[in-house]
Design a protein around this ligand. Structure first.
Ligand SMILES: Nc1nc2c(ncn2[C@@H]2O[C@H](COP(=O)(O)OP(=O)(O)OP(=O)(O)O)[C@@H](O)[C@H]2O)c(=O)[nH]1
Ligand SMILES: [Mg+2]
Length: 344
């Protein structure tokens, strides 16, 4: 089944094993994976992609499971195993000490979601660069989209900018907080409020939930309700208890309401475009850097880096120097307006 044509066919038919295999190929950046995904690409652009982010241990995985189950029941009531699947979960690097790592997390999920053929779960561990992770995640989402999933939930730990970026590739971004975390307005420092379309204070069974909501509300008001950015959408601040399912219906209703809002306002198209543009840009940048490295004599990069470290060279001048004996990247790297004047 490693031949792209067979793999593509099997994925289109909804075969889970084929899908899992395709996702592994994509994750490992294998050429067969890219070839298969390229063939599947015309089928993408239909799924509702939801980014779910928040600090470690806030209950993202627990809540995502509940959301998936509730969404599934809502959009495909009475779904049979033979019908196309409905909701996919992609968990990026679920390896914090809170969840016990990817394998344990997966096991818990499988037990939890067992018997529901309408929910597909995939964990991705981050090896290598986060930039690389961002674009393999985006390809994994594309594959699930092509395989016919109506909703793709992407869980990332909102610890750094790169993870925030992954969530940003979504139509809707759900930010999860928990009591005690909103108190010190950490969330605002991390810039996480700026990307939230919907805020959820999970673990609302613990003391301090009301206060977290209040702090978040004040922070949003202060920032002029910038979350979700666009006029016409008030970022809701919801409370939930993932362990009992309390409040999950409201979260799901908010998600579906946000999807409707995006579609009615034209933002659906805009965000879809932003997602494609970001993926294209990231890939182009990676390939150009790769090509540059491959063309260099051994040690040149290291030498340049050492000179920068010794402050003999600034990064700006270094890059200029690096691209000088490389006509191809030079032509692409520059702005078109500059290029016209600089053509050799
Ligand atoms: N009391 C309470 N505990 C919860 C709730 N939701 C999740 N938990 C617990 O919080 C812990 C972390 O939950 P996870 O769902 O793994 O959190 P996470 O944000 O996915 O964690 P990472 O992926 O490791 O960042 C687990 O022990 C959960 O059982 C809740 O609503 N209330
Ligand atoms: Mg998790």
């Amino acid at each position: 089944m490693s031949h792209p044509v067979e793999l593509v066919q099997a994925v289109r038919e909804g075969q889970r094993l084929a899908l899992a295999r395709l996702l592994s190929l994509i994750e490992n950046e294998q050429p067969q994976g890219e070839a298969a995904l390229s063939q599947l690409y015309p089928l993408t652009g239909r799924a509702y992609i939801v980014g779910v982010t928040g600090a470690p241990g806030t209950g993202k995985s627990s809540l995502v499971n509940e959301i998936a189950k509730a969404l599934r029941a809502k959009i495909y009531p009475g779904l049979h195993a033979s019908r196309p699947p409905g909701v996919a979960i992609v968990a990026v690097d679920p390896t914090s000490p809170f969840s016990g790592g990817a394998i344990l997390g997966d096991r818990i999920r499988m037990r939890d979601l067992a018997g529901d053929a309408g929910v597909f779960v995939r964990s991705m561990a981050s090896r290598g660069s986060l930039g690389g992770l961002a674009h393999t995640t985006s390809s994994v989402a594309d594959a699930l989209d092509a395989a016919g999933f109506e909703v793709v939930l992407i869980e990332t730990v909102g610890a750094g900018q790169a993870e925030v970026d992954i969530a940003r590739h979504a139509h809707t971004t759900l930010v999860i907080e928990s009591p005690g975390m909103g108190d010190d307005i950490q969330a605002i420092k991390a810039g996480i409020l700026e990307i939230a379309d919907i805020l959820v204070v999970n673990k609302a069974d613990l003391p301090g939930a009301e206060n977290a909501v209040r702090v978040l509300r004040a922070a949003l008001d202060m920032a002029g309700n910038v979350g979700g950015a666009e006029a016409g959408w008030q970022v809701p601040i919801l409370q939930a208890v993932a362990t009992t399912g309390q409040g999950v219906q409201t979260v799901v209703e908010s998600l579906l309401r946000h999807r409707e809002y995006l579609q009615a306002s034209g933002l659906w198209r805009e965000r879809g475009q932003r997602r494609v543009a970001a993926a294209l840009e990231a890939r182009l940048r990676d390939r150009l850097a790769e090509r540059w490295h491959a063309a260099q004599p051994d040690g040149r990069y290291r030498d340049i880096l050492a000179r920068i470290v010794r402050r003999e060279l600034s990064p700006a001048v270094a890059v200029q120097e690096m691209l000088e004996d490389e006509p191809a990247p030079d032509a692409v790297e520059r702005h078109p307006a500059e290029r016209a004047g600089a053509r050799r």
